[in-house]
Write a protein that binds this ligand. Structure first.
Ligand SMILES: [Fe+2]
Length: 345
């Protein structure tokens, strides 16, 4: 280690230490989180266990706003599927608002797959997109996202189009079954088109959201070597899992969740999930929501992003932070574009 590196380590050590109490997950960017010795002593599994305990506590509080049938489905599977979520005329209005217009979009390429995303300011949709605004304001949907995420606060919404080109999409990291992070976190998809078995549907390993003793042991094993992993996403704390390991953990094989248009799927992506590889080029357009906060909070409220100036303007906030270089996004601006247009990057 050079003198410069040593000095940098001295400056950064307090930040690395402080990150233990946050959702920081990368084993390569933070040598404390990635330390084999500390993880042998239980640092990673300690964070996993504590996060799960606190998530359970917060979820019990958030449960009061979620119907029992949805809670039972979630407890059993780790995801909830709600078909025919909107009345048909309302759904058709929403779909037309989204698909018949050009949007200020960004794109990101992962292997042969391009994801196009439009970050939404719910407050600004107003009169121009009333059906979309009404959908994003629905308290039942927001309550279910919060329950699955095991946290309160403001979900971030966008419109997303996934354009998967190559057969098999073997180079697409989203097609490898994985957990997003070490704690409960929610992702939601409201599908504007049918997604058949060959259209690259979402897949999930039912029951894999639960922290079992086998999962703890597996997390511990991964944490010892993750820093050296050649798979970048794995080293950054989104653990990839093999079919054999799923079997070892006593988990079933992943289930492809093919859906009709107008279906809402909300999943805890601490559970193992991915995108089903498709034998043909596919295009999937959906309203997408995500909610992830510090997993060690004792409370569900007090989210700065829920304050009036920021709430409903998350799209602008994210774009501004990217422009200022404070929180750079991997998404490149591609200007005004229809969601079904060919990829620009
Ligand atoms: Fe994921």
């Amino acid at each position: 280690m050079s003198v410069g590196d040593s000095l940098l380590a001295v400056v950064k050590t307090p930040l690395w230490l402080a990150a233990i109490a946050t959702g920081a997950k990368s084993f390569v960017d933070n040598p404390i989180l990635g330390s084999e010795r500390l993880n042998r002593w239980g640092l990673h599994v300690g964070r996993v266990r504590l996060a799960a305990r606190l998530a359970g506590m917060r979820r019990r509080w958030l449960a009061r706003r979620v119907p029992p049938a949805q809670r039972q489905a979630f407890e059993r599977d780790g995801f909830v599927v709600l078909q025919d979520f909107l009345p048909a005329p309302e759904f058709e209005r929403l779909r037309a608002e989204v698909l018949d217009d050009a949007w200020e979009a960004r794109e990101m390429r992962q292997g042969s797959t391009v994801t196009r995303r439009v970050f939404l300011d719910v407050a600004r949709l107003g009169r121009a997109k009333p059906a979309l605004a009404a959908f994003l304001g629905r308290q039942d949907m927001r309550s279910l996202i919060r329950y699955v995420a095991a946290t309160g606060g403001e979900p971030a919404f966008s419109i997303q189009c996934i354009l998967a080109n190559a057969a098999g999409a073997a180079d697409d990291p989203q097609c490898v079954v994985h957990a997003d992070t070490f704690h409960a976190t929610a992702k939601a998809w409201f599908f504007l088109q049918d997604v058949g078995p060959d259209d690259g549907p979402f897949l999930y390993v039912p029951g894999s959201h639960a922290l079992t003793p086998q999962r703890v042991a597996w997390e511990r094993e991964q944490s010892l070597a993750a820093r050296q992993s050649a798979r970048r996403d794995h080293a950054e704390g989104s653990f990839r899992i093999s079919v054999d390991d799923l079997h070892q953990l006593g988990l079933p094989q992943p289930r492809s969740i093919a859906v009709r248009a107008n279906t809402l799927v909300i999943a805890d992506t601490f559970g193992f999930h991915g995108r089903t590889p498709s034998p043909k080029p596919t295009q999937r357009i959906e309203v997408y929501g995500t909610l992830r906060r510090n997993p060690f909070l004792l409370w569900t409220g007090l989210d700065p992003l829920s304050l009036p100036p920021l709430r409903s303007r998350l799209g602008s906030v994210l774009t501004a932070l990217d422009r200022m270089g404070i929180v750079p996004m991997p998404w490149r601006p591609v200007g005004q574009i229809r969601l079904d247009a060919p990829p620009k990057i």
